[in-house]
Design a protein around this ligand. Structure first.
Ligand code: AMP
Ligand code: GLY
Length: 427
């Protein structure tokens, strides 16, 4: 089977690395990919939003399966386009991608299907949002969320009315996020540890992948600005077999049956961002793709072959046999450029990649890298993910950080405490 992967991040590198090593896969092509992915796949210089060129590429390559990495092409309808051309593709349709791309859709969908989530109100104009915030019975903090994709910046946890009003103004009146802020969700602030849960869905049923925990803030101790993710570990020690069954029963399976009942079969990776509250797991958000950097720690856990599962799911015929997983623990540390998540310099030479890669039980996944004069240089905010695997989280952390310390470029930044939560049992 020839597989085309769409994307160029650490998540896509982990998927390419896994699929390229499987017996059912003859070749992996990646559009546009990166220099790390080029070690396991052939790259095609096609951007993730150029749907016509992606269809042409999959047809010319006679790809047996296309796997879509990021949400942007899903939101643009890449899956619908591929299907219209008779191409087999793993990912949700544009309508199904609304679970991530419209928070209003996600919240109202959860209400319709009894999926546990924070209580909320949808506001379609600034006046009603300000009025909602002014209601005397409202208790703070309140969470203000832009409806559409806002590059991870669309959520404000407002401790008081002043902050909430300011968030409403910047989204709805100043249109800070463009049309993504045309509607807002105001919701109850939940508390508890956050975990990510992943499943593979085929439109009718789902099989669980694994749980993971992300580190979204830029600096140690969960301080500093929100980022795309500075590191992750898997599996989450907070999700035992009983909780996993509960998440499947109360959240994942109702999503699949509810989407089907509404006429939008959900096929693809489903990523449920959950808060483990005193009342059980509640959905904070859905993503319609694998997580990044969670994929870098979850994909290597999969012991069996992934390609046949993804192909079967794309056909709507997922086998009900569960996937098998390695018993080891995985810790992934993201190495970012100076200034990330703000603007960061690019073109800086990276040293030590071979040394890190040669370490036993250390995996290296590229994201913001490119080739320049034969050497690998930085080309974005998140540059690399270094993953350590070992029988314990402690040893997995050491292996990841041994790899991180082998690598150097000007201004590189990373958190020193990735995976620490898994050691001391704290959320
Ligand atoms: P999102 O962009 O939806 O992932 O939200 C970003 C972050 O805001 C989440 O990872 C949570 O930490 C936090 N958050 C979102 N919604 C809530 C909520 N209802 N209660 C508490 N925290 C929340
Ligand atoms: N790690 C967070 C995300 O993939 O959205």
């Amino acid at each position: 089977m020839k597989v085309l992967i769409i994307g160029s991040g650490g998540r896509e590198h982990a998927l390419a690395w896994k699929l390229a090593a499987e017996p059912a896969v003859s070749e992996v092509v990646c559009a546009p990919g990166n220099p790390g992915i080029a070690r396991v796949a052939r790259l095609a210089a096609v951007g993730v939003t150029d749907l016509d060129a992606l269809v042409a590429l999959a047809s010319a390559e006679r790809a047996d399966l296309t796997v879509v990495g990021p949400e942007l092409p899903l939101d643009l309808g890449v899956v619908d386009r591929f299907r219209a051309h008779g191409l087999r593709v793993f990912g949700p349709s544009r309508a199904a991608a609304a679970l991530e791309c419209s928070k209003v859709f996600a919240k109202t969908f959860m209400s319709r299907h009894g999926i546990p989530t924070a209580r909320y109100r949808v506001c379609a104009d600034a006046a009603s949002a300000h009025a909602e915030i002014a209601r005397p019975e409202l208790s703070f903090p309140v969470v203000v969320k832009a409806d559409g994709l806002a590059a991870g910046k669309g959520v404000v946890i407002a401790p008081d009315r002043l902050t909430a009003d300011a968030a409403i103004r910047s989204a709805m009146e100043d249109r800070q996020f463009g049309d993504a802020g045309a509607r807002l969700v105001l919701e109850e602030c939940l508390s508890g540890p956050e975990v990510s849960f992943f499943a593979i869905c085929d439109g009718t049923c789902a099989v669980p992948l694994a749980s993971a925990q992300d580190h979204k803030r830029a600096f140690d101790g969960d301080r500093g600005p929100n980022t795309g993710g500075m590191g992750a570990f898997a599996p989450s020690p907070l999700v035992d077999a009983a909780l996993q069954s509960r998440i499947m029963e109360e959240i994942v399976n109702p999503v699949v049956s509810g989407m089907r009942a509404e006429g939008h079969e959900y096929r693809g990776f489903l990523y449920a961002g959950l808060m483990l509250t005193g009342d059980g797991p509640k959905v904070i958000e859905f993503n319609v793709r694998f997580g990044d950097p969670e994929a870098q720690v979850v994909v290597p856990m999969i012991a069996g072959d992934l390609a046949p599962q993804l192909a079967a799911a794309a056909d709507g015929a997922l086998p009900s046999t569960p996937l098998s997983f390695r018993a080891e623990k995985y810790v992934g540390v993201v190495i970012a450029s100076e200034g990330y998540p703000g603007a960061s310099p690019t073109g800086l030479p990276i040293t030590g990649l071979e040394k890190a890669e040669a370490l036993e039980d250390t995996l290296l996944f590229h994201a913001g890298t490119r080739l320049e004069n034969g050497g690998v240089v930085t080309s974005g905010g998140r540059v690399l993910t270094v993953v350590g695997r070992a029988p314990t989280f402690d040893a997995a952390r050491q292996r990841a950080y041994d790899g991180v310390r082998a690598i150097a470029f000007d201004g590189m930044q990373y958190r020193r405490d990735i995976g620490q939560k898994a050691l001391n049992g704290l959320p």
